[in-house]
Design a protein around this ligand. Structure first.
Ligand code: NCD
Ligand code: ZN
Length: 372
């Protein structure tokens, strides 16, 4: 990364002295957990993240789910068609997953692995959006897990026990993960969208093959932001936002420099009408704002050192996940300019995270590549 200055040609109105603008260049973030959806929503979702992420791990909880070779090929075609509408340098590279369903066989997993998926996603039945068809236990899908261990696929877990009280769902699920790790001693496991302090500690004390994603919204907000004064449905997600203490543990996990924590936005768009209603759908549309909001947050928390080359925060955004997943190290660069901008109220018919708020850093569209 380099911090420098350049002329901001967009300064309005025409100044007598051209204003200096500050730019930073960082490794292009990899987003290891994103929901792109289907149809028009998919086209909006890829546009919203365009030029801001390098690799992105696409979640499979579509309707119908990505849970067979046939569905994977069809969904991949749909995603590639949506990406083809963007300028090549803004597309990024999708990485695919499949949804683990009861009754899946080992040969189906092998076929998916040969077709290029990098992970299988475990959603406990009823835990979140489109998860009614999920397994009731890891035992129920033992054949799948065995095959994933053999082929080297990563097991990505939505770690919540839907039968536990809302606030305890994540930590109540951890003993199941502990048993899973000892039963499959070579399986690589990612606990997705960590939300509480107990999970952070669990990952820190776990084996090297256990990693975790952390979202921007769990690093930025708490339950108070979601419903302290009035209810903000656009911050309602699974797992729900927790306390300031939990958020602090998540921030410390990023700043610890541990390579086992990495960025996954869990960007999960829902139409405004499904958010601003009685039975609010869960999910935060974070893709348009997650990266600049995190740059601002960690600069505020740690000063310029947070944005210095090789900092723990920058490796959290790009680098840690590549090492964990065994994909090439980040090679693209993202430029951001220090320029205040107001997040639009809606993108498509979806309200983005921090809609109406002013952010300090703005991504400059157009990917740069690191010189070798
Ligand atoms: C996600 C969605 O809408 O698909 N919702 C959410 O609240 N995070 C599913 C998920 O990741 O749990
Ligand atoms: Zn998700």
């Amino acid at each position: 990364m380099s911090v420098g200055s350049a002329v901001d040609v967009q300064t309005q109105p025409k100044p007598l002295v051209m204003q200096e603008a500050e730019f930073i260049e960082i490794p292009m973030p990899d987003d290891m957990h994103v929901h792109l959806r289907q149809g028009d929503m998919l086209r909006h979702a890829v546009r919203a993240q365009a030029g801001q992420v390098g690799r992105f791990l696409v979640m499979p909880n579509t309707l119908p789910p990505v849970s067979s070779l046939e569905r994977l090929v069809a969904y991949r075609d749909e995603v590639e068609r949506a990406l083809a509408e963007l300028p090549p340098e803004a597309r990024g590279e999708p990485l695919y997953t499949f949804k683990i369903l009861p009754g899946m066989r080992a040969d189906e997993v092998l076929a998916l692995a040969q077709t290029g998926v990098v992970a299988g996603k475990y959603y406990p039945a009823g835990a979140t959006t489109n998860a009614a068809d999920g397994p009731r236990s890891f035992e129920e899908v033992a054949e799948v897990l065995e095959a994933m261990q053999e082929t080297g696929l990563v097991l990505s877990i939505h770690g919540e026990d839907p039968d536990a009280p809302v606030f305890e769902r994540e930590r109540t699920f951890l003993p199941q993960v502990e048993r899973l790790l000892s039963r499959y001693p070579r399986l690589r496991v990612v606990l997705e969208h960590l939300s509480d302090a107990a999970s952070v500690e669990f990952v820190q004390q776990g084996p090297e093959r256990l990693g975790a994603t952390i979202t921007a919204h769990h690093l930025l907000f708490t339950l108070e932001d979601m419903m302290g004064s009035s209810f903000n449905p656009h911050l309602y997600c699974k797992p729900v936002l927790k306390t300031a203490r939990d958020r602090e543990a998540l921030r410390m996990a990023v700043l610890s420099g541990s390579h086992r924590f990495f960025f996954g936005s869990d960007s999960a768009p829902h139409p405004k009408a499904k958010k601003e209603c009685a039975a609010t759908a869960s999910g935060v549309f974070a893709a348009p704002t997650a990266v600049p909001a995190l740059v601002e947050l960690f600069e505020t928390l740690g000063g310029p050192a947070s944005l210095a080359p090789g900092s723990a925060f920058l490796r959290f955004l790009a680098g840690n996940s590549a090492a964990f997943y065994g994909i090439p190290a980040p090679y693209r660069r993202l430029t951001l300019v220090r320029r205040q901008w107001v997040v639009p109220a809606e993108i498509g018919d979806v309200v983005p995270m921090l809609a109406g708020h002013t952010l300090a850093w703005q991504p400059v569209r157009g990917t740069r590549y690191a010189s070798a």
